[in-house]
Design a protein around this ligand. Structure first.
Ligand code: OGA
Ligand code: NI
Length: 371
């Protein structure tokens, strides 16, 4: 007689629970609306809040490292200022892979409108919102709970609406009325900012100013509108597990709730909310083409009793054919006999396929491409 082993039966229960939750099409927000006091087991993480820098012995308040803030005011006019900004960006990308930008040129009214739009989408009547719930990424707009829901070891306390906005922006009529037009306007502005940033990043790497734009780093944009509901047991789960981004560069807009942390020198450091700033971070594909010079850092979002927290992450990278067939490797200007390539070449679609299949498990997808 064959007896069922423990892991098999518990795996079966987990699969059933995952499917049952996914079938509600109401996301994490649906659980909170139903007034749950305990989080369902599929959301339990094994070590969710492993010490942040604040609780690390040996650091005093004044020594806490802070993510650099770069002021872009006047950067295109004054050559001295420009050199200083390139130095700051360079230092931030090597040390942290993260910085914040102020005076970035995107009007505060548009930032606020974008946040309101994403919040408005997630707070639509459940019956209306369910119509957008899907894991079929060939759809123009995708709304679901965790892109890696069935792959990751534990589900994150987060719902997301996403859409490919460039190089072929969808017609706003294909998008939800509550946020569609703003998504198009905001993405257009993010593209302009990203192109300016890639000029600074090219120069920071010692390349021709147009280098990174010319090879297509700013060709594609994916939009993710995240919603992190208030959580009754925040210490048992995560908003986003530790991960690095699959982009070349990410432009992130966050509200004032907080919870985003970046890993630096084995410490978790808060990315302090600044509603007039945008958070910029290096993604895996930029680390790959820079041959490890720039760092795609692990980051995560902690859950809180308070909420919802809303954020908008724009990933600069190609997603759809034909652009996603482009092949990238360490750029030839950055490699030499003394400094050989440390990554193999990959098509964006191959990289992304591997990244998605792995899910957010705290291990960088880049390691799979390391020589
Ligand atoms: C992401 C991400 C952080 C946030 O979308 O990859 O890290 O604050 N988001 O939502
Ligand atoms: Ni991220």
């Amino acid at each position: 007689m064959v007896t069922k082993t423990e892991p098999e039966s518990s795996d079966f229960d987990r699969d059933t629970a995952l499917k049952a939750f996914d079938d509600t099409k109401a996301g994490v927000k649906g659980l909170v609306d139903a007034g749950i006091a305990k989080i369902p087991p599929i959301f339990l993480h094994s070590r969710p809040n492993a010490a942040s820098v604040q609780s690390t012995p040996g650091h005093t308040e004044s020594e806490l490292p802070v993510i650099p803030t770069v002021d872009l005011q006047g950067v295109d006019g004054d050559p001295n200022l420009r050199r200083r900004v390139i130095w700051q960006v360079n230092d931030a990308c090597r040390r942290w892979g993260f910085f914040q930008v102020i005076n970035h040129g995107i009007p505060t009214t548009l930032l606020n409108k974008m946040m309101e739009g994403v919040k408005g989408f997630h707070e639509l009547e459940t019956e209306v919102k369910k119509g957008f719930y899907t894991r079929d990424y060939s759809k123009t707009l995708t709304y679901n709970c965790n892109f890696d829901f069935y792959q990751s070891p534990a589900v994150n306390w987060r719902d997301t609406v996403s859409c490919v906005m460039a190089p072929r922006p969808p017609n706003p009529k294909e998008l939800p009325q509550v946020c569609g037009e703003t998504m198009v306007d905001y993405s257009t502005q993010v593209m302009l900012l990203a192109r300016r940033l890639f000029v600074l990043l090219s120069e920071a790497l010692g390349l021709n100013p147009s280098y990174l734009n010319d090879i297509g780093c700013s060709e594609g944009l994916m939009f993710f509108g995240h919603y992190y509901p208030a959580c009754p047991e925040p210490d048992l789960t995560m908003g986003i597990s530790s991960h690095s981004d699959s982009s070349f560069l990410t432009v992130l807009l966050q509200d004032q709730i907080g919870g985003l942390q970046v890993q630096c020198d084995n410490h978790w450091v808060d990315v302090e909310p600044n509603t007039s700033a945008l958070v910029i971070n290096v993604g895996d594909l930029l680390q790959l083409i820079s041959n490890d010079e720039f760092k795609s850092s692990q980051h995560r979002v902690l859950t809180k009793f308070i909420g919802p927290r809303v954020s908008v992450a724009c990933f600069l990278r190609q997603q759809l054919p034909p652009e996603n067939s482009r092949v990238y490797g360490p750029v030839k200007e950055l490699v030499s006999e003394e400094n050989p390539p440390v990554f193999r070449k990959t098509a964006v679609k191959e990289f992304v396929k591997y990244y998605y299949a792995k899910g957010l498990n705290g291990i960088s997808a880049l390691e799979h491409f390391r020589l």
